[in-house]
Design a protein around this ligand. Structure first.
Ligand code: ARG
Length: 297
């Protein structure tokens, strides 16, 4: 196997103001609040685990008015352009409850030398949530429907100069692609086809030479697709025995870190971390002008 080129540099948001204040996904219930100290401990253990594996994790402060900002994956899509410049396409959140996160994230990225762009902002233009996007094979694979809109795929393709392959999400509980898809190396990925409509499920499976197919129940109840891969180590919130057996047979090491407090907001390890080292020309071919490939209707 050949390891993923990316996944060694993340950003994350320290959970100093994590709460469930509103309902924008089926997991959230303001009557079931996370325990602050437990969440803080779980998050620090996750970050220490990633750093122990050799990854860099840069930390942003959480806004007190943005309880979901801990899910740093949704702040924006970071890439290294083929010119070597670091760039972030800022998310334009579907729900107004999260839009203020960009107001802190954009200057944070800019101060650190990232150029930034928008596909839409402050409620005007296309919605994009970066938890829907993965470099995979010859394209940026982007889930759309519940959060990211189809129009955002065109903006992404032309802004980044890459091929974008859209996958239609059709499951209310897997509202971001990262709840159903996790690249493992250059041939293998965890895939939960029940997140997608029929045509998109077939299209995604066709892009993965060796898929580890997850059942709907595995994905929804354990968040096991919402994992992060550093080299040959898969950092997971939970790992069903069947999934572990396959990962180990393929030569991966599984490290489980409990982030259960964050499941109350509908996200897990991948949602809490955001890789910014996906490199165009290495992890994703450059395509002049960009291109969008949508699944058949
Ligand atoms: N409460 C957050 C939301 O609904 C959870 C985000 C999960 N993040 C992710 N990358 N899947 O927006």
């Amino acid at each position: 196997m050949s390891e993923l080129g990316w996944g060694r540099h993340y950003i994350a948001v320290e959970p100093t103001h994590f709460r469930v204040d509103y309902v924008i996904n089926p997991y959230m219930d303001p009557a079931v609040q996370p325990d602050g100290p437990t969440a803080w401990r779980q998050w620090h253990e996750m970050v220490a685990t990633l750093r122990g594996l050799g990854a860099t994790v840069d930390v942003l402060a959480q806004r007190s008015d943005a309880p979901d900002m801990v899910y740093a994956m949704n702040l924006g899509l970071g890439v290294v352009r083929d010119t070597g410049d670091r760039h972030v396409v800022m998310s334009h959140m579907r729900y107004p409850e999260r839009r203020m996160e960009s107001r802190s994230a954009q200057p944070w990225f800019a101060e650190r030398g990232f150029t930034t762009s928008y596909v839409g902002r402050d409620g005007v233009g296309a919605h994009l949530e970066a938890g829907d996007a993965f470099a995979w094979g010859d394209a940026l694979v982007v889930g759309y429907g519940p959060r990211t809109e189809e129009l955002a795929l065109k903006h992404l393709a032309s802004d980044l100069g890459v091929r974008v392959r859209g996958m239609r999400i059709a499951h209310p509980g897997m509202y971001h692609l990262d709840l159903a898809f996790c690249p493992l190396d250059d041939r293998r990925a965890m895939v939960c086809p029940s997140a997608l409509d029929e045509a998109s499920a077939q299209a995604l499976l066709a892009l993965v030479p060796e898929p580890l197919v997850l059942t709907e129940e595995e994905a929804l109840t354990t968040f096991c697709a919402n994992s992060v891969v550093v080299g040959h180590t898969v950092v997971m919130p939970a790992c069903p025995d069947r999934v572990r057996a396959q990962l180990e047979e393929w030569g991966f090491e599984v490290v489980v870190v409990d982030v259960s407090e964050f499941h109350k907001g509908g996200g897990s390890i991948r949602c809490l971390t955001n890789p910014v080292d996906v490199t165009i020309g290495r992890d994703l071919p450059a395509v002049a002008g960009g291109a969008v490939v949508l699944p058949p209707e």
